[in-house]
Design a protein around this ligand. Structure first.
Ligand SMILES: [Zn+2]
Length: 96
């Protein structure tokens, strides 16, 4: 229970005050418990994909968004995904 385990390339799971938590790999700031959606506890920045990616994505519809998730403590980039407005976050995790 005490060991730090890899959750993704940017996140780890580790012991917290009340069970295992997901934390930023860079600064160890806790985001939430391992049974929660960590993206709901990260800093979210949404921008139109066309603005973020430039001419490469001119064919993308105007509504397509690039979502970027950051650590609220150190600002490390944690993940990104492409979505339409209002779509739920993609749930991605490594099996423990
Ligand atoms: Zn951090």
């Amino acid at each position: 229970m005490k060991e730090v385990r890899s959750w993704s390339a940017t996140l780890v799971s580790m012991p917290g005050k009340s069970g295992r938590v997901i934390a930023c790999r860079a600064c160890s700031a806790e985001l939430c418990g391992t049974d929660a959606s960590w993206k709901e506890h990260a800093v979210l920045r949404e921008s139109p994909l066309r603005e973020a990616a430039g001419a490469t994505y001119r064919s993308a519809g105007d509504e397509v968004l690039l979502r970027r998730f950051y650590c609220g403590s150190c600002g490390a980039a944690l993940d990104s995904e492409i979505a339409l407005p209002g779509e739920p976050f993609l749930l991605d995790r490594l099996a423990e």
